[in-house]
Write a protein that binds this ligand. Structure first.
Ligand code: SF4
Length: 466
């Protein structure tokens, strides 16, 4: 069967000098970023937000459950995790998680319509089958799944057997997300994650045999000892498995922030030119194999539901990445989890002891959050459009938000002119459109509208002056 042609709107152009100029753009996928959350936002404000929001009629609900345990540390990891081989720790965690589920269920009040469930981590499949069953039963008690709900789980092929996959499938799980990074043994050794290709291939084959309809492979480029050749070999192998989705994430080396990364010798990291060569080569391979670019660093087969949602203008982003379920409320459960209800974001404690302590005292374990002002909601909808549709029409925003776009965003439009002159976008009187050359740099374009980022940069500049 020949691969379907790539629709023009998803075409990409790799302009190496341009990518080099924007290589410092950090991971940016949602507005506002979690570092804008404030500790002033507490449980009372969350409960108030929930009650007020309920008055306007509840929306479909998405659940995110964070399961933080991992058997060993991958040195590139930037997730909230707890390294242990002791599975009893998961029992203790579930004791508290069940309390949180019950508290959130009571606070939510009405019977929710859960249309999306995502188990992330850590390693969700660190949980043994009885523990997974216990978790799913607790969720079902307070947050029953709607018929046809989309259930996804992150799996680690090193720590999952066919029985767990079978168990999850019997509970309606249909989407698997598999961390792989790079297949080169040199790279795997350097990041402390030995995961030979046959192990991943077996997990994919088992998943498909059990009826999982979407397999997502996560790759990282810029890892220690990784080369353009090792990345090309990895991609060539991955493409033989024909995953439905592939992410190409950039490894961000921040040893000051992430302890595990201190094991990585910075001298073994690829150069900026090599990193970009990897990205370019990977994109060429993915496009050659018929994958379409969804946005940022995610690709999918044209028949995948996200690719279809993109073509139909229904693609959306939440904290887990792209989704076809626009505007769900989101309840985050577990240590460090983030939720979103109406105009509010709430994040749980990131330290396990603090999370346990709040629940032991019958409190929701909310540590920080944010209530979005009208200006933030407007900016959020603009950034969503840019990240998901690669274009922006000004007139609907003017009508909905009662603004004169050119006046309200005079500063931003001036910044965009600069990017337009570099060929990243086309700016018209009525809107803007990201060009194939600009699609890999959508973040740089979206960030122009991030008021908090601008304020943070200005205040850093101001403090360096005094
Ligand atoms: S990358 Fe995944 S498996 Fe590895 S330490 Fe981080 S959360 Fe755990």
């Amino acid at each position: 069967m020949t691969a379907p042609a790539i629709p023009e709107t998803t075409a990409l152009e790799n302009d190496l000098p341009l990518l080099q100029r924007h290589d410092d753009v950090t991971r940016y996928g949602i507005y506002p970023t979690a570092d804008r959350f404030s500790e002033d936002f507490d449980e009372d404000r969350y409960r108030h937000a929930l009650a007020t929001h309920a008055l306007g009629g509840l929306r479909p609900l998405s659940l995110y459950v964070h399961l933080p345990f991992c058997v060993s540390a991958c040195y590139y990891c930037a997730s909230h995790k707890v390294i242990t081989a002791d599975h009893n720790q998961a029992d203790t965690y579930l004791d508290y998680l069940e309390r949180e589920i019950a508290l959130q269920g009571a606070a939510y009040g009405a019977t929710p319509k859960v249309t999306q469930l995502y188990l992330g981590g850590g390693t969700p499949t660190f949980l043994q089958d009885a523990q997974l069953s216990r978790l799913l039963a607790a969720l079902q008690r307070y947050f029953p799944l709607a018929a046809g709900a989309e259930c996804s789980v992150e799996i680690d092929p090193r720590h999952i057997g066919p029985e767990s996959l079978q168990l999850l499938a019997s509970h309606g799980f249909s989407h698997l997300s598999i961390s792989l990074q790079d297949l080169s043994p040199d790279v795997q050794r350097a990041v402390n994650r030995m995961q030979p290709a046959p192990l991943t291939a077996a997990a994919i084959a088992q998943g498909r045999a059990l009826g999982y309809r979407s397999i997502h492979i996560d790759l990282l480029y810029g890892l220690p000892r990784q080369t353009p050749a090792s990345m090309a070999d990895t991609l060539a192998q991955v493409l033989t498995w024909r995953p439905d989705r592939v992410s190409l994430n950039h490894y961000n080396h921040q040893p000051d922030r992430f302890k595990a990364q201190r094991h990585i010798d910075a001298a073994t990291l690829p150069t900026a030119d090599d990193r970009l060569a990897m990205l370019q080569q990977a994109i060429t391979q993915l496009q050659g194999a018929g994958y379409v670019h969804l946005g940022l660093e995610q690709f999918a087969l044209p028949q995948d539901e996200l690719a279809i949602a993109m073509r139909q203008g229904r693609l959306h982003r939440n904290f887990q990445g792209y989704t076809s379920q626009a505007e769900c409320d989101l309840i985050g459960l577990g240590v460090s989890a983030i939720g979103k209800v109406g105009a509010c974001y709430a994040q749980n404690h990131r330290v396990l002891e603090d999370y346990y302590d709040a629940l032991a005292h019958h409190h929701l374990p909310i540590a920080r959050g944010m209530t979005l002002a009208a200006d933030d909601l407007l900016r959020r909808s603009i950034i969503q459009s840019l990240l998901c549709q690669s274009e922006l029409a000004f007139e609907p925003l003017e009508t909905r938000w009662l603004i004169d776009f050119h006046h309200y965003f005079a500063y931003e439009l001036e910044q965009l002119q600069q990017l337009a002159s570099n060929g990243l976008l086309k700016l018209h009187r009525q809107g803007l459109e990201i060009t194939p050359k600009g699609r890999l740099l959508t973040r740089s374009i979206a960030m122009v509208f991030d008021r908090h980022l601008r304020e943070a940069r200005n205040s850093a500049r101001f403090s360096s002056l005094i």
